[in-house]
Design a protein around this ligand. Structure first.
Ligand SMILES: NC(=O)c1ccc[n+]([C@@H]2O[C@H](COP(=O)([O-])OP(=O)(O)OC[C@H]3O[C@@H](n4cnc5c(N)ncnc54)[C@H](OP(=O)(O)O)[C@@H]3O)[C@@H](O)[C@H]2O)c1
Length: 331
């Protein structure tokens, strides 16, 4: 039987999602954004991806984060999104804030990664076709390219916005100094850097310790945090061994000491603190990121609708007592 046409929940903006202003701009982001890095490629069942995307939008997540090489395989997360876009989300295009990026390996040869104008334009054209879109809402430089003149990368972002292929420009993973220079270049050309995307979680606080988070606020960019659960380590899923269906077994992105006995002992202590707050550890880890001054939103990467529902629940408790914060730091 062919599934009925999708109709979004009528109460999607009033059933629990919260929104925050993104830097000095006219854009509000949902505090929880859904990212399609690992769980939406052509190795994942389409029905599962579709159910998560529908559930997200039905619960006020109107922003979806993609990049050219999300999958696996490269490009296939954008293809998945494009199928749902055509079949379910097309009537809602103006309600959606869809982002993509280029910067990492995408296709072979000298023009398939980093920060040249040729790569950024070529990649975005491909992304738009895969996603069945005329434009993205924000296009990011995915990483700083030390071998390309900074002006070339930034001017490509400016021209992409001026040509209407993206509504806004963003920067991800650039070092603080280069981000500040980039934000100035973009602002001077009336294409301000809407948002910086960086890794931030209880374990990895680099944007705070390096002053990057302060710099985004000073320059009027929002900050959206990726890998807020340290790819699933900051949940209870590894406390009793490595389960069958998980990122640690599916991919090579959880490596080194990320599942060491020492780390898992810390996770167990954090799990106890979360329980005392009436939250799952995943919820507390997301609440902690959202509680950091200057953070606009978290970008989560759910594998199932159940995980997605659990994660959205972080919004029920976003405040921490000084004792709780100290206990988290200590753990
Ligand atoms: N700009 C960049 O360079 C960059 C880099 C990385 C990510 N990102 C963006 O950020 C998004 C999120 O990154 P991420 O996937 O690393 O985020 P994450 O939220 O830290 O990790 C997601 C993983 O955590 C587990 N999980 C999620 N919710 C859970 C819950 N409620 N309970 C238990 N486990 C849960 C799942 O692991 P299992 O799969 O093991 O079940 C899931 O795959 C990406 O999709 C992408 O959009 C951007």
């Amino acid at each position: 039987m062919i599934l009925p046409v999708y109709s979004a929940a009528e109460d999607r903006y009033t059933n629990g999602m919260e929104y925050a202003r993104c830097g000095r701009s006219g854009i509000d982001f949902p505090k929880v954004i859904l990212g399609l890095w690992q769980n939406f490629g052509d190795t994942a069942p389409l029905a599962r991806s579709r159910d998560m995307l529908h559930y997200a939008f039905d619960h006020g997540i109107c922003s979806f984060d993609l990049a050219n090489n999300y999958g696996p395989s490269f490009g296939s997360a954008e293809e998945t999104f494009g199928r749902i876009m055509a079949k379910s989300f097309a009537p809602y295009r103006d309600e959606l804030f869809i982002t993509s990026k280029a910067g990492y390996d995408m296709w072979p040869g000298p023009y398939g990664c980093w920060g040249s104008r040729k790569y950024l334009f070529g990649s975005l054209e491909q992304s738009l076709k895969r996603m069945n879109l005329d434009y993205v809402d924000c296009f990011y430089s995915h990483r700083f390219d030390p071998r390309t003149p900074i002006e070339e990368t930034l001017q490509a972002l400016v021209d992409i916005v001026r040509q209407g292929k993206a509504r806004y420009a963003g920067i991800s993973n650039w070092p603080t100094e280069q981000y500040v220079a980039g934000a100035k270049y973009l602002a001077d050309r009336d294409v301000p850097c809407l948002v910086y995307q960086g890794r931030l979680n209880i374990f990895d606080r680099e944007p705070i310790t390096t002053g990057l988070l302060d710099a985004t606020q000073a320059n009027g960019s929002g900050f959206v945090a990726f890998s807020p659960l340290a790819q699933g380590v900051l949940t209870n899923k590894y406390l009793h061994g490595v389960p069958a269906d998980c990122r640690a077994t599916d991919t090579k992105t959880i490596q080194g000491d990320r599942l060491s006995a020492e780390t898992l002992a810390r996770v167990a202590r954090l799990n106890d603190i979360a329980a005392s707050r009436g939250q799952s550890l995943a919820q507390m880890a997301l609440s902690w990121v959202l509680a950091q001054q200057g953070v606009t939103s978290v970008i989560i990467g759910s594998r199932t609708v159940e995980q997605l529902a659990d994660s959205i629940g972080c919004l029920h408790n976003l405040t921490f007592t000084p004792d709780e914060l100290a206990a988290i730091d200590h753990a």
